[in-house]
Design a protein around this ligand. Structure first.
Ligand code: MD3
Ligand code: FE
Length: 218
């Protein structure tokens, strides 16, 4: 313990924390860039507005979504898929902003994936009560590539299950500024988020949480 240790305690990045085989939690990884990231989200949403997509089963998703990059993730009565165009505007998705590309690559590198090339950034917006049921992410062609996620705004309880839908999930609090890299064995694990709590807030976003996920699609 040196006399300066506590001076630096809140400024130096936390050591990566292993959640599971291949999954690394980087607490506070994007805290310094959070306001820029929130501005970037609004810029993307001005071109590709947030919308509540409909699942093949006919339910409207409680999380609103947008995308940027070469591909966006869409769902409708036809099914789930990646699309090069936004079905709302019939235009290509907004280009992946350089800041987002750089942060995603840097998080992947820290977690041991130095060659990660994100082709899509999905943006989820949660308001009070919005949730995401347990699911696997399997619409991408290459499960060897990790997925990088960034959390901004109100905190949420993340549910991390196993390879079977019936495996009991563990709970992790994902907070403003956290990054998680999901590779290796964790890449195909079931996961979801509990409903955004009634009192969950953040000074920069109010009662709203954003999650960005970066993916290699093809
Ligand atoms: C574990 N999003 O967009 S982020 C999704 O908070 C999604 O919006 C949640 O699940 C959210 O598909 C969870 C954390 C996350 C993202 C992708 C994963 C965990 C993952 C892929 C594989 C395993
Ligand atoms: Fe997912």
């Amino acid at each position: 313990m040196s006399p300066t240790d506590d001076l630096f305690a809140d400024l130096s990045p936390a050591a990566p924390e292993q959640i599971a085989e291949g999954a690394w939690l980087l607490r506070g990884f994007v805290l310094g860039e959070a306001e820029q990231l929130l501005d970037t989200i609004q810029q993307v949403a001005s071109q590709a507005p947030f919308r509540h997509q409909v699942t093949p089963g006919g339910y409207s998703m409680s999380a609103a979504m947008s995308s940027c990059g070469d591909w966006g993730w869409v769902t409708d009565r036809q099914g789930y898929r990646y699309s090069a165009k936004d079905p709302l505007t019939d235009q290509p998705w907004p280009a992946l902003p350089a800041l987002l590309h750089e942060i995603a690559a840097r998080a992947a590198t820290v977690a041991g994936y130095p060659d990660f090339e994100p082709q899509a950034c999905l943006i989820n917006r949660y308001e009070t009560g919005a949730r995401m049921a347990l699911h696997q992410d399997r619409d991408e062609a290459d499960f060897d590539a990790p997925i990088v996620s960034l959390s901004l705004g109100a905190p949420i309880s993340f549910l991390f299950g196993g390879m079977q839908r019936s495996d009991k999930p563990s709970r992790w609090l994902l907070q403003h500024g956290d990054a998680v890299v999901w590779g290796g064995k964790s890449r195909l694990h079931f996961h979801g988020v509990a409903p955004l709590g009634k009192r969950a807030e953040h000074p920069l976003t109010g009662a709203v949480r954003y999650n960005l996920t970066f993916r290699k699609v093809t």
